[in-house]
Design a protein around this ligand. Structure first.
Ligand code: GDP
Ligand code: MN
Length: 380
């Protein structure tokens, strides 16, 4: 779940990371109220989940109420790289001596957390990585060990931050690490992390991605689910409790189990097709679940054929077959369907399906063959 800057800052503040006083609003008058409270000058910032807002005109300084009104009015409703601005964040403006970059993410291949720190902040880190990779100090943190102060201090020195920023940066980085780990974040990024002329260090921006699977540990994260910018198909699937990822191709994929769904996507690619999605219906393949899955896929105009790949385990073949037939009674599907059914009681399941087979509902004995047929149908 990607957070807006203002949500990220509220998240940071809970862990004691200094951010500027401010408030979020969708209303020009309220923006002025927030500005008066924060104290002039203020910055008015577009809240969209995309970087480079400053260059796009989505970040403006305001010295007084009239300027807040002007900028808030202009920024609300603005389009930034295809994202409409519905909310602005207004905060007390900071004086900036230096801009740094700091982040934590997971390095899956190293099985460690990766911390990146650079004295060259304010610009996109990808640009720094390209033009001056040595300017990024990286550390890999074993989650069992965590990040202690001495390590953080050595890291800050390695990144060549201004010595005046050292203590503040060490403090923020250790807190950011705590926020990132305890908060179950996949990404916690501050860019820029600033040093003010009077020697304070604080977060001027916040980019936070929380692990959606951690909501059970953090019930308060439910508030963020509502504001996710999602693929429409994903929203529909999510509401039905399905594990769904939208892709770019034309073969709709339904499988039971994430492993099988991934293999199915691979096999479709292998035989020259492009999957339109990844949809895992989980353990149960009953009529209601199958109907929901088919409905989601049928509503995707890019889908030309549907590949249902089921390996019966606890769910038996005849249950799956009845589930598919039941689903087809409930929803009308535009694209031809190819079924591969294997595993527990596959023969019984196939026998149930057999009388119902047609051009629109085909069956193939193996995953590879079913994929070939589905890809062929998608090309027609
Ligand atoms: P982004 O471009 O979308 O990442 O938005 P940021 O929040 O990072 O802001 C972009 C730039 O605007 C920063 O790098 C700063 O140079 C500038 N900026 C943002 N807030 C302030 C502020 O309070 N004071 C000053 N002087 N500049 C600011
Ligand atoms: Mn930024």
């Amino acid at each position: 779940m990607d957070l807006y800057e203002y949500q990220g800052k509220q998240f940071f503040a809970q862990y004691g990371i200094p951010v500027s006083a401010g408030g979020a609003t969708a209303d020009v008058d309220e923006a002025v109220t927030i500005a008066e409270k924060a104290g002039y000058p203020v910055v008015v910032k577009a809240q969209v989940q995309v970087g480079g807002r400053g260059k796009a005109g989505g970040i403006k300084l305001a010295e007084n109420a009239d300027e807040v009104r002007l900028h808030a009015g202009n920024i609300l409703g603005m389009d930034i790289k295809g994202h409409r601005v519905d909310i602005i964040w207004v905060e007390h403006a900071s004086d900036i001596a230096e801009e740094y970059y700091a982040s934590f993410t997971l390095d899956r291949s190293a099985k460690k957390h990766l911390g990146m720190l650079s004295a060259q902040g304010g610009v996109e880190i990808e640009t720094v990585a390209e033009t001056d990779p040595d300017a990024i100090a990286k550390i890999w943190i074993d989650p069992v060990d965590g990040l202690d102060e001495a390590t953080a201090r050595a890291w800050v020195k390695a990144a060549n931050l201004n010595p005046a920023a050292e203590d503040g940066a060490v403090d923020i980085l250790t807190k950011l690490y705590t926020a990132y780990t305890e908060g179950d974040a996949d990404l916690a990024e501050i860019n820029p992390l600033i040093l003010t002329p009077d020697g304070r260090v604080h977060a001027l921006d916040a980019k936070v991605t929380l692990d959606g699977n951690s909501v059970f540990r953090h019930p308060e994260y439910e508030q963020y689910e509502a504001s996710q910018v999602r693929d429409e198909r994903e929203t529909a699937a999510h509401e039905k409790g399905l594990q769904y990822v939208g892709l770019e191709g034309s073969v709709g994929v339904i499988a039971n189990g994430a492993g099988l769904a991934m293999s199915t996507v691979d096999v479709v690619n292998q035989v020259g097709g492009k999957p339109a999605n990844f949809l895992d219906i989980g353990g149960g393949a009953n009529a209601a679940v199958m109907a929901g899955a088919l409905e989601v896929i049928n509503n995707d105009p890019a889908v030309r054929s549907i590949f249902i790949n089921i390996f019966g385990g606890i769910t038996r073949g005849e249950e799956v077959a009845n589930g598919i037939l039941g689903a087809l009674e409930r929803v009308t599907i535009d694209s031809p369907i190819v079924i591969r059914l294997d595993g527990t009681n596959a023969d019984e399941g196939r026998a149930i399906l057999k009388p119902h087979l047609s051009d629109k509902l085909q069956m193939a004995p193996t995953m590879l063959e079913a994929a070939r047929v589905a890809v062929e149908l998608a090309k027609r």
